[in-house]
Design a protein around this ligand. Structure first.
Ligand code: TXA
Ligand code: MG
Length: 354
């Protein structure tokens, strides 16, 4: 009973407008709608309606201690969501909105506690995807939306990914094609003493620092047990979740040559045991793995391409029934910080330094 509607934002004809209006009406009626953003697909509900937002947690199987990002289409809407708009937020919005930047700001009184998991602060972002913008604007309400995957799974970058995870659990998926950025938004805490990145994402540290030089990179993780959701209430929003493929992933770190060598050795060992091995690599590694007998998924060449294809790569190897996924690390420059963060989350503690 999950309906998928294809929308081409390059051809916003009358039918397109009608589909957006239908989705907006569902949202206003308290229903869930999955929509594309430039980062990943979002599972949306009316952010000012606690009962509607609660459906998000149920559909995803997500604990209430993990707060939601509120999506807006117009900077004026900020005033309805946050209690103060600091000058730094205005500057960042001018530079990066619409786009893959989420700002943590003091929550206004209209935001239900369910959205923030009871925190005094709220996460706000203005997505750049034309379908997301049209939907939020037409609905006329701010939209709370986490990534549209089942809890703990890899974020979806196509409508098909969403369907695999949420079929029968949501009434409508708007299919706007594959997401271009491919990793989630950068979350920047503007309530901290010094603006600090909580989650690296589609806007790089370097880009943020070009506007706010004092921005701090993500701080080393606290020692809290990553799987310990019962105690996560103590620090909602600080949960360190592995969103992992359902297949175990192993991450290799080191020089390119050493990583290739270690991955090929691991591959031979596992092949000898009869395992089907998937490798997540870049174009520059293709020659080395060509005759290895692995299922090969190349993410591309540049950090931008690697980010775009990362989640699709993990899901593709999962669906190819690989018993194990071997991946390598890339540069930490630019989007590389987000790529590395997602690979580490996918691998959990299974990191081999070579
Ligand atoms: O690109 C994205 O950000 C996508 C698209 C759909 O917009 N959304 C997304 O949402 O990735 P989600 O729920 O999967 O991840 C949002 C994370 C939460 O897990 C939480 O850690 C953090 O944002 N967060 C939300 N509200 C917060 C708050 N008030 N304080 C601190 N962290 C917060
Ligand atoms: Mg998520």
């Amino acid at each position: 009973e999950t309906q998928i509607i294809k929308l081409d934002p390059n051809r916003p004809d009358e039918q397109y407008t009608q589909h957006i209006a239908y989705a907006a009406q569902l949202l206003r009626a308290g229903e869930l709608v999955v929509f594309p953003t430039e980062t990943v697909y979002g599972l949306g509900a009316n952010a000012l309606d606690a009962q509607a937002a609660e459906q998000i947690f149920i559909a995803k199987g997500r604990p209430l201690s993990d707060p939601l990002i509120v999506h807006i289409a117009d900077e004026h809407e900020l005033e309805n969501i946050v209690s103060v708009v600091p000058a730094t937020a205005r500057k960042l919005a001018a530079a990066f909105w619409p786009g893959p930047l989420t700002m943590i700001l003091p929550a206004g009184p209209r935001v239900p506690a369910l959205i923030t998991s009871g925190l005094p602060n709220v996460a706000v972002r203005m997505p750049g995807h034309p379908v997301a913008q049209a939907l939020i604007r037409t609905a006329g309400i701010p939209i709370a939306a986490p990534s549209a995957n089942r809890f703990m799974h890899v974020s979806p970058t196509t409508a098909q990914h969403v369907y695999v995870d949420l079929k029968g659990r949501v009434p409508l998926i708007l299919d706007g094609g594959p997401c271009t950025v491919g990793v989630e938004s950068t979350i920047l805490d503007l309530c901290a003493e010094v603006p600090t990145i909580l989650r690296p994402g589609g806007i790089s540290l370097e880009a943020l620092r070009s506007i706010l030089p004092q921005v701090q990179p993500p701080q080393p993780r606290q020692t809290q047990d990553e799987e310990d959701f019962t105690h996560a209430q103590a620090a909602p929003g600080q949960m360190h979740i592995h969103y992992s493929p359902s297949v175990p992933a192993y991450l290799f770190e080191g020089s390119v040559a050493a990583m290739r060598q270690a991955m090929l050795a691991e591959l031979q060992t596992r092949k000898a045991r009869g395992e089907l091995v998937g490798v997540l690599i870049a174009d520059e590694d293709l020659n080395a793995f060509q005759d290895s007998g692995a299922i090969i998924y190349s993410l591309g060449r540049t950090p931008e391409q690697i980010a775009t294809h990362l989640f699709a790569g993990l899901r593709t190897l999962e669906e190819a029934s690989a018993n194990v996924i071997l991946c390598r690390t890339f540069t930490e420059q630019g989007l590389g910080l987000a790529i590395r963060d997602r690979l580490l989350k996918a691998a959990g503690s299974k990191v081999t330094k070579v």
